[in-house]
Design a protein around this ligand. Structure first.
Ligand code: ADP
Ligand code: MG
Length: 250
């Protein structure tokens, strides 16, 4: 395991060193080293089964790991540490392919729930924050609407607002446009691009190559549980070095 010097942790908001993760005999992450700077936008590419979702789930404390160390915003997590993982989930926002809004709560209540419940934020303050966040994702007029009456793209934008309500240090996005009809993909990507412009640190698994090329500072290509290639969008898309990446992009 690599030692982490204070300087490096101050520099990287997410610092992953020698991370190994197994499901039984299946070693899914085979030693991941990855440092993400504050305000950086990193897109993760790779075939299905290459470990992308598992890596994101480790970063927000949904999965434990067997070897290595993970530091998020200075908080060090070594292997299985339920209390640290719980705290991690509050500092790291995650959005999934399925929007998972609470169907029995209005849009506004969906966004207000975690701040009022977990952070004990007063109702009026939570409501003001929720309205501001809904405005940010272009849905200020939907505060009192039920999720079931929204399009998939609108629901995903509410999910983004809900995630931002906890004021996360890092936002993780796992194929958040994959379940959407093609005509709804753009409105969700536009919201993410806006957050990137505003300086949010974003780690995003995506198949949207055009978005990755335009918005990402850095691209990570995963293959069989390893960071196989990493670089700027130009490096990765215009000058792929490995046969595996060339084949993936073809
Ligand atoms: P990707 O997101 O790149 O498609 P995943 O991280 O979902 O890849 O999966 C990587 C590997 O881990 C796959 O072989 C998958 O079957 C396995 N895996 C993922 N989650 C679990 C789990 N909860 N239990 C057992 N195996 C899992
Ligand atoms: Mg996945």
């Amino acid at each position: 395991m690599t030692d982490i010097t204070p300087d490096e942790t101050a520099f990287a908001v997410v610092d992953i060193r020698g991370l190994h993760k197994r499901f039984g005999d299946n070693e899914v992450l085979k030693g991941i080293d990855l440092q993400i700077k504050r305000q950086e936008v990193v897109c993760i590419l790779g075939k299905s089964g290459s470990g992308k979702s598992t890596l994101l789930r480790c970063i927000n404390g949904l999965e434990s790991f067997e070897e290595g160390a993970l530091t998020v915003d200075g908080q060090v997590i070594r292997q299985h540490d339920p209390a640290a993982m719980r705290e991690l989930r509050q500092n790291v926002g995650m959005i999934f392919q399925s929007f998972n809004l609470f169907p029995h709560l209005t849009v506004g209540k969906n966004v207000m729930l975690a701040p009022t419940l977990v952070k004990k934020m007063p109702r009026e303050q939570a409501e003001r924050a929720a309205r501001a966040l809904l405005k940010r994702v272009g849905l200020e007029e939907k505060f009192a609407t039920w999720p079931g009456n929204l399009s998939g793209g609108q629901q995903q934008r509410v999910a983004i607002a809900r995630s931002l309500a906890m004021n996360p240090e890092v936002l993780l996005c796992d194929e958040i446009t994959s379940a959407l009809d093609p005509e709804l993909v753009g409105e969700v990507l536009q919201v993410i691009e806006g957050l990137a412009t505003d300086g949010m640190t974003i780690i995003m698994v995506t198949h949207e190559m055009g978005f990755a090329r335009k918005v990402a500072d850095r691209i990570v290509f995963m293959h069989q549980g390893r960071v196989h290639e990493m670089g700027t969008p130009e490096d990765i898309f215009d000058n792929p070095r490995t046969a595996e990446l060339k084949q993936f992009l073809a």
